[in-house]
Design a protein around this ligand. Structure first.
Ligand code: ADP
Ligand code: ASP
Ligand code: MG
Length: 459
């Protein structure tokens, strides 16, 4: 059971979390994010340290310490609260020492940055473990760094699934068998040598999925602040509906193309073992949520949902020999590989290739290298809008209807992936909200009856 930042943001939220955990029939591993806003605040503290502002960085840490101390009030038993406060004191003392040292040298490496941001999940998991115990549940705090084994790519570490599985089976498995509820922070891991790493923003979902797969759980639950995967990002479209069921492929594509409710890698470990993933609302625990599982039927109807990824850069690469000789694509993609820059959407013609990238840090280097054998131009301020659904594969009219809804908006790229489960367009970022609204109106508003509102069986 993974609880996101808003599901642990204050004492009331932690109370709700405890009630949700208590109604489960069997003991489950509880994975928690940092309290909402804390990861951003820790990154701010790191930036202050890097700028040499030791006082500012320590002040930021002190404010975080106070916020966590206030949360400790959820624990009523005096001794338990005292030991939680002592654990928090120790954590924040260590964090203060780290930011102080980094401010002196005015340097924060990716490795140091991970050491700092990890405190968010280390602290929140302590609070949640104590709160669950206080609610009479047999909870036990575990250090996520002893469970999640990763490589040393700080900030976006790659998990070692086999090693993580072994750790889980030897430590968490026996606890669950005894009826204990282990509690650990998400997002955080460590290299085999014990150096702290993190999985990238939003990575607690990924931790939960890795843990679920490692334990061969019967279900992975992602508890958040919305009713499930919605037909569109609620921050862009008014009144999206809950999607009751999604296939693994549909959920992956939606997450990858901007549905923030799931970290894009979350589905991978679940797919490997066919473990269903449920997205649930911690404010409305009886709502059915979204079930992501192996198969859903194709057939008639519209896409499952639409998604949008903004603030992208398009790179157009034209072969200077005016012909796409074989080997050209390989050379193009080798450049992106060398600069470790993932490409989101690709379209090609006889003489040119266009790609979009999210991470433009290496753009200058990429353009310079590509220019040695191609004509290159790039444009910022682009967005991807995509419609996703198994039915796009089975109903050939859907792609036309998607494009029809966008009539009049200038499209820079159009693509349908090999799976034919999505249709993706790239357009100006400024047009993205209009495109989302139009697609949502065409496929999800009016006409179809709303999804049945069954409630989830409770323990
Ligand atoms: P958590 O802290 O629980 O991990 P996140 O903020 O990471 O929560 O993700 C939940 C948020 O994702 C929602 O509040 C919503 O604003 C956003 N979101 C974007 N697209 C979608 C979508 N298609 N369905 C549901 N939520 C979405
Ligand atoms: N706390 C981390 C973040 O804000 C990880 C997560 O919440 O999933 O990115
Ligand atoms: Mg999240």
């Amino acid at each position: 059971m993974k609880f996101g930042g808003t599901s642990v943001k204050d004492a009331e939220a932690v109370g709700r979390l405890a009630r949700i955990v208590a109604r489960e029939r069997q003991p489950r591993l509880v994975v928690v994010s940092a309290l909402s806003g804390v990861t951003d605040a820790l990154l701010d503290a790191a930036r202050l340290a890097e700028a040499g502002d030791g006082t500012g960085a320590r002040e930021a840490v002190r404010a975080l310490h106070r916020r966590h101390e206030e949360m400790a009030a959820v624990v009523r038993a005096t001794e338990r609260r005292a030991s939680l406060l002592a654990a928090l004191d120790a954590l924040f003392e260590e964090l203060t020492a780290i930011v102080h040292a980094l401010a002196v040298v005015e340097e924060v490496s990716p490795r140091s940055s991970d050491a700092i941001v990890a405190f968010g999940e280390l602290a929140s998991s302590r609070i949640v473990a104590a709160a669950l115990e206080d609610a009479g549940l047999p909870a036990r705090w575990l250090d996520a760094r002893s469970l999640l084994v990763t490589d040393a790519q700080h900030g976006a570490a790659i998990p070692d699934r086999a090693a993580t599985g072994e750790r889980l089976r030897s430590t968490v498995g026996p606890l669950l068998a005894e009826g204990v509820l282990p509690v650990a922070g998400g997002f955080v891991g460590a290299t085999p040598a014990g150096i702290t790493t993190t999985l990238g923003r939003g990575g607690s979902d990924y931790s939960a999925a890795l843990f679920g797969a490692g334990l061969e759980a019967d279900e992975i639950q992602i508890w958040t602040d919305v009713d499930g995967m919605l037909t569109a990002d609620p921050r862009l479209v008014a009144g999206p509906r809950v999607v009751p069921r999604l296939s693994f492929d549909e959920a992956s594509e939606l997450a990858y193309f901007g549905a923030k409710v799931l970290h894009p890698s979350t589905i991978l470990p679940a797919v490997a073992l066919g473990i269903p993933v449920r997205i649930l609302n911690s404010h409305r625990p009886d709502a059915p949520g979204t079930l992501v599982a192996r198969s859903v039927e194709g057939g008639e109807g519209g896409p499952a949902a639409i998604a949008c990824k903004r603030g992208l850069t398009r790179v157009d690469i034209a072969s200077s020999r005016m012909l796409m000789a074989y080997g050209f694509l390989r050379r193009v993609f080798e450049v992106f590989e060398r600069f470790r820059t993932p490409v989101d959407v690709v379209t090609t013609s006889e003489v040119s290739v266009s790609v979009t990238i999210d991470d433009r840090r290496a753009l200058d280097g990429i353009v310079a290298e590509l220019s040695t054998f191609a004509d290159v131009s790039s444009e910022d301020g682009m967005a991807i809008v995509c419609a996703v659904g198994e039915r796009l594969r089975t109903d050939s009219r859907l792609a036309t209807r998607v494009l029809g809804a966008l009539e009049g908006l200038p499209l820079a790229m159009v693509s349908q992936g090999g799976s034919r489960k999505n249709i993706t367009v790239v357009l100006r970022d400024a047009d993205a909200p209009a495109a989302m609204e139009r697609l949502h109106r065409r496929f999800f508003e009016g006409g179809r009856a709303p999804a049945p509102r069954e409630t989830r069986a409770t323990a």
